[in-house]
Design a binder for this molecule. Structure first.
Ligand SMILES: [Zn+2]
Length: 383
C-alpha cells in the first residue's frame, strides 16, 4: 500500500490488486476508496478506470485461505475487483453502517480460517512425513478422497486457462488418426475420467496430461514419431498420469489444498487467480521419478492389454534420447525443451526393456491401422 496525494491535499491510500472484467480476463492495477466510490485504476494506460458506488457494494473474501478481498456491485455486473491487502477494510470511506456486517464477517472468518489453516498445516505435515515414510501412500489416500467429478471440473478450468494461449489443431484427418491410436487404449483403461485428446501446434517434442483426463499432444511429437505404436506408447503413459491423479497431486502441492477444494465446491475465483498468476506452470513442471516410473509401468500394462506393441514406447524413448544427446552438443538450452517434462533417461529405457523381456517370446500384437506419415503430412501443411 502506498499513499497518494489527491487534488484536495488529503492523502488516499492505494492498494495493489486486480480486476476480472466482463470477458473473464484479469487486469492488474490498484484500488482506492474515495468518498462514495471504489475506484480501480489498471496499470496499463490503454485500459479504462473502473468505478463502483459504495452504496450496494458487495464485499466478500475468497481464494486461497480467504486471503483475497473481492468487491462487486450490481452497477458493474460481470466485474469483480480484488486485493490481497486486507488493510483496505480499514479505509475511512468503508466505515459505513451498511458495509460493516460484510466487513465484520470477513475479519471474523479470517480468524477462523487461520485456526483451520494450522490444523491443515499439521495434517499436511503429517501427510508429508507419512508420504516420505510410506512412499506417498498416505498422500495418495488423501487425494483419493477428491471425487472424480470434482477433478473433472477442476481440469476444465485448467484446460480453459491453457488453451487460451495454445493453437489447437482442428484438422479432422489428424483427429481421426488420434482416435484410431487411442481407441484400443480407451477400451481397456479402467478410469473414472473421460479422456480427451487434443493436438496443439508446438515445436517441442512433448505431450502432457492435466487433471480430469485432458491430454495434449504437441505437433512436434507426431512429427518425430516413426509409427502409430510409438505415439500410442506416449499416450498410454499420459493416460497413466491421469489415472494415478499425478497432475492433481502436483496442483495440490503447488497452489494449496484450500484453493482446490474451494474450486471443487464452486468458489473458482481463487483458482482462476492462481492459474492466471502461474499460467503454464503445468507445462514446465516435472513429475518426480517415482511418478514417471509409475506412469511408465501402468502405460506399459495398458498397451499390452490393448494389444498394442509396447516396443513402440521403447523405440520412441531411445530415439528421443539420441536426439537429446545430439542437441546437447549443439546447444544445451534446446535440449532441455525436448520432452522437457518427460526426460528419456537410461533408467526408464532399461525399465521398459526389462518389461518387454518379461513378455512371452511368442506374444504377438495387433498393428494399429494407421499410417503415421498421413498425419505428419497434414501437420506440416501451412495453416
Ligand atoms: Zn510422464
Amino acid at each position: 500500500m502506498e499513499d497518494l496525494t489527491t487534488r484536495s491535499g488529503q492523502t488516499t491510500a492505494s492498494f495493489e490488486g486486480a480486476a476480472f472484467v466482463e470477458d473473464g480476463s484479469r487486469v492488474a492495477g490498484s484500488l482506492r476508496v474515495l468518498e462514495g466510490t471504489l475506484e480501480f485504476k489498471p496499470n496499463a494506460s490503454d485500459q479504462h478506470l473502473i468505478q463502483m458506488p459504495l452504496e450496494n457494494l458487495d464485499i466478500s473474501a475468497g481464494g486461497n485461505q480467504n486471503r483475497l478481498i473481492y468487491f462487486k456491485s450490481p452497477a458493474r455486473s460481470g466485474i469483480s475487483i480484488y486485493t490481497t491487502d486486507r488493510s483496505i477494510l480499514k479505509e475511512p470511506a468503508l466505515q459505513k453502517p451498511h458495509l460493516q456486517p460484510a466487513i465484520k464477517k470477513i475479519v471474523g472468518r479470517h480468524r477462523r480460517v487461520k485456526g483451520g489453516y494450522w490444523t491443515l498445516a499439521a495434517v499436511t505435515l503429517g501427510l508429508v512425513v507419512g508420504a516420505w515414510l510410506g512412499r506417498g501412500l498416505l498422500f495418495k489416500a488423501a487425494i483419493d478422497q477428491i471425487p472424480p467429478e470434482a477433478e473433472v471440473k477442476l481440469g476444465e478450468l485448467v484446460e480453459k486457462n491453457l488453451t487460451s494461449s495454445m493453437s489447437v489443431v482442428q484438422d479432422p484427418v489428424v483427429n481421426e488418426g488420434i482416435d484410431t491410436m487411442t481407441k484400443p487404449l480407451l477400451e481397456v483403461a479402467e478410469s473414472p475420467f473421460p479422456f480427451k485428446f487434443q493436438v496443439v501446434h508446438h515445436q517441442d517434442v512433448n505431450a502432457f496430461a492435466i487433471p480430469g483426463g485432458s491430454i495434449f499432444i504437441h505437433s512436434a511429437l507426431l512429427q518425430k514419431a516413426d509409427s502409430a505404436e510409438e505415439v500410442a506408447g506416449v499416450l498410454a503413459h499420459e493416460m497413466a498420469h491421469v489415472i494415478h491423479r499425478h497432475g492433481t497431486q502436483l496442483l495440490v502441492r503447488r497452489i494449496g489444498l484450500y484453493v482446490l477444494i474451494g474450486a471443487m465446491f464452486g468458489d473458482t475465483q481463487g483458482l482462476i487467480a492462481a492459474l492466471a498468476d502461474q499460467g503454464g506452470f503445468l507445462l514446465s513442471q516435472k513429475f518426480s521419478r517415482d511418478f514417471e516410473r509409475q506412469a511408465d509401468e501402468t502405460g506399459f500394462n495398458l498397451l499390452v492389454k490393448a494389444d498394442i506393441d509396447p516396443r513402440g514406447m521403447l523405440s520412441f524413448f531411445r530415439r528421443i534420447k539420441e536426439f537429446q544427446e545430439e542437441q546437447m552438443s549443439e546447444t544445451e538450452q534446446s535440449a532441455m525443451a525436448v520432452m522437457g517434462t518427460h526426460p528419456a533417461t537410461d533408467e526408464r529405457i532399461e525399465f521398459i526393456q526389462q518389461k518387454i523381456d518379461e513378455l512371452p517370446p511368442d506374444r504377438k500384437f495387433q498393428k494399429i491401422p494407421l499410417d503415421i506419415q498421413k498425419i505428419q503430412r497434414r501437420i506440416s501443411l501451412p495453416e
